[in-house]
Design a protein around this ligand. Structure first.
Ligand SMILES: *Cc1c(COP(=O)(O)O)cnc(C)c1O
Length: 629
């Protein structure tokens, strides 16, 4: 609960998790730094939001920073190049971006553009994703890797695309898929490029434990693998088997898990080579993590390595294993998704109002008070730093007794309201006393339960599905007033009417906390919150809970002179759009409403001149944004 005496913003740990992209400006606003142009001044994020507001783009919105995306793609590819150059590895690196991690055209198109210099390709885990991949002009040597369960149609398109010069690899997930490939090859007479997905037995630790090891849903065991090799050989297609694939799961926290898995993958690679399989590519899947908490350790939501360290580990492990087996170094492929896109998007919303769990002043005692109300008021007289727990206990006791009396009809609503206010005032005084004490008071846990509720203009289910579903943590911070000490603690509640729609775990400088330090809401300006690193997985996993739709999405570039360019605006869903997603015809609804209005006029319960107002209100809503405007 302590407020630091200097630099009030340090409580948020932005220095720790901000990766030198998110910084605090002298005026207390959050700034965005362009890592590609380190000498460029940081751009005020609230400044960008004010500008967007002037242009008619309102809260909530997802802000995509194109410069960050470009930076991550360069960083990944340059790090592999550097590791290869430093170790004398005799192969190259050809990364692919897995489309499922962010399928938005604005993101995929830019990834392809930024990846041209690096022969960077795409990974498709389904037919729709392959269709998207094939609509892009990739660099000549770039790969398209097809994973997932594939039917004949999927495989046919993958093979035919080779005629346009695409290096489309069909990664076999099972012996049955090998049969389909053999079948389609017969039909088309065009050689496919084939890969095999092996199931590694090493299990990684963390949230995605189950996507690795024996029981993972994908990939073949050794027996199935041999069956596939034999089938391809019999069909005269073994010469097409070029790539070996494995994928560990996401957000691998410990780099030693990467090393072990790569080591195991190399064993398969060398054994397959010994079987006469002409492999040339080793694909190690995705899994590179993001340090959401900035803790730099192998823990949930953190990782114990950097991008260059990951790349160096991969290159060195493969080099060592294959040199030992006297096998040529393969082209290295990885399918990092999260690490490439997570940092480039942030969700921004305004706080609409606050429910305080304390009250600045208490009512005076009155002669007519119930004696327990007087007892509650009396706590004020003996509340002191050395009697905190005792006063807390007393306050809870009287408040609960009074609630019981109210329920049974022994005290009235006005008395109950007085009791509630006195109780909240006592809590305010206890919070202040605790804040003034150096060191732990033993009250911290109780007080966490008394955090304010800040009601915010967003839907957790639509915009932060992983926070709801898998306890993902994203750094969250107010975007302004960071040069002033925070004076309250809050949990953030969204605007759905679902009690699950709240955020109550926050990454702070000294660890994860159940409440976020915040300022009393200013009266003369909006209070913006930012949720950072939401570029991976959040956008299409989100749902339409309460029919809150897609938010506005804005893509910007950070300019070298400290300004920004608006590259693209995607308007969020209107109510009309979300209605049609659940198969309501908006025009039919307008007609139905109009019919009721006209009937009311006929019945004389509504005046003709009120028709325009009613219809206007209904129409304005239907054409508007689903969020608080
Ligand atoms: C999801 C997935 C990826 C991406 O994983 P990240 O953890 O986001 O890097 C890569 N390859 C395959 C096969 C996947 O299913």
């Amino acid at each position: 609960m302590k407020q630091p005496l200097t630099a009030p913003h340090t409580v948020f740990g932005i220095e720790k998790w901000g990766k030198d992209m998110i910084v605090v400006l002298e005026n207390g606003e959050v700034g965005l730094k362009n890592p590609l142009v380190p000498e460029a001044p940081a751009v005020s994020l609230p400044g960008i939001l004010r500008d967007l507001d002037d242009r008619g783009v309102h809260m909530p919105l997802v802000l995509r920073v194109s410069s960050y995306l470009e930076n991550e793609i360069r960083h990944l590819n340059e790090s592999f190049r550097a590791a290869i150059a430093r170790t004398g590895y005799k192969g190259t690196y050809r990364g692919v971006f897995p489309i499922k991690v962010n399928q938005q055209a604005q993101v995929v198109d830019r990834i392809v553009a930024f990846g041209q210099d690096y022969d960077y390709g795409l990974e498709a885990g389904s037919k729709p994703e392959l269709v998207i991949a094939l609509a892009h002009r990739l660099a000549k040597n770039a790969l398209i890797i097809c994973n997932g369960i594939k039917d004949a149609e999927f495989i046919r398109l993958a093979i035919l695309s080779r005629q346009l010069g695409f290096n489309t690899v069909i990664v076999l997930e099972s012996p049955k898929e090998a049969e389909t490939v053999i079948q389609v090859h017969k039909e088309l007479g065009i050689d496919p490029i084939i890969g095999v997905r092996v199931k590694l037995t090493n299990q990684i630790s963390g949230k995605w434990e189950e996507s690795s090891g024996d029981r993972s849903a994908f990939g073949m065991n050794t027996d199935q693998l041999m069956a596939v090799v034999d089938k391809l050989r019999d069909a005269g297609l073994l010469h097409c088997l070029k790539l070996q694939h494995s994928h560990l799961g996401s957000q691998v926290a410990d780099v030693n898990d990467v090393r072990r898995a790569v080591g195991e993958a190399c064993r398969y690679y060398t054994e397959l080579k010994r079987e006469g399989v002409p492999l040339t590519h080793l694909d190690l899947g995705g899994g590179m993590g993001v340090d959401y908490t900035g803790e730099k350790k192998a823990a949930d939501n953190s990782i114990n390595y950097t991008v260059p360290e990951y790349c160096a580990n991969v290159v060195e492990t493969v080099q060592y294993a294959l040199d030992e087996a006297e096998v040529d170094h393969p082209t290295l492929v990885t399918e990092s998704g999260r690490a490439v896109v997570a940092t480039s998007s942030m969700l921004i919303f305004n706080v609409l109002e606050a429910t305080f769990y304390d009250a600045p002043n208490a009512p005076e005692a009155e002669a007519s008070d119930h004696h327990m109300v007087s007892d509650l008021i009396a706590i004020n007289d003996y509340l002191a730093a050395d009697r905190l727990q005792e006063c807390w206990n007393d306050a809870m006791f009287y408040r609960n007794e009074l609630r019981a009396l109210f329920r049974r009809g022994f005290i009235n609503l006005r008395q109950m309201a007085r009791a509630e206010r006195i109780y909240l005032h006592l809590m305010a005084r206890i919070k202040t006393l605790v804040d003034g004490i150096d060191g732990p008071t033993g009250m911290e846990d109780q007080l966490e339960k008394l955090a304010d509720i800040y009601h915010c203009n967003f839907s957790l289910f639509q915009s932060l599905p992983d926070v709801w579903a898998i306890d993902q943590l994203h750094p969250i911070a107010p975007l302004q007033m960071l040069n002033q000490p925070t004076d309250r603690r809050a949990v953030l509640s969204d605007i759905t009417c679902d009690s699950d729609g709240k955020v109550d775990k926050f990454i702070l400088a000294d660890g994860v906390s159940p409440s976020l330090p915040v300022h009393t809401l200013p009266e003369d300006q909006p209070y913006y919150m930012g949720v950072f690193f939401v570029g991976a997985y959040q956008e299409t996993l989100g749902d339409l809970h309460n029919l809150f739709g897609d938010t506005n999405v804005v893509t910007i570039d950070l300019r070298a002179d400290g300004g920004f360019d608006l590259l693209h605006e995607q308007e969020g869903d209107t109510i009309r759009q979300v209605m049609s997603y659940v198969e309501f015809d908006p025009d039919d609804c307008v007609s139905a409403f109009r019919k009721m209005v006209d009937e009311a006029i006929s019945d004389g319960t509504l005046k003709s001149k009120d028709r325009k107002l009613l219809m206007g209100a209904y129409r304005d809503s239907i054409n508007g944004y689903t969020y608080y405007e």
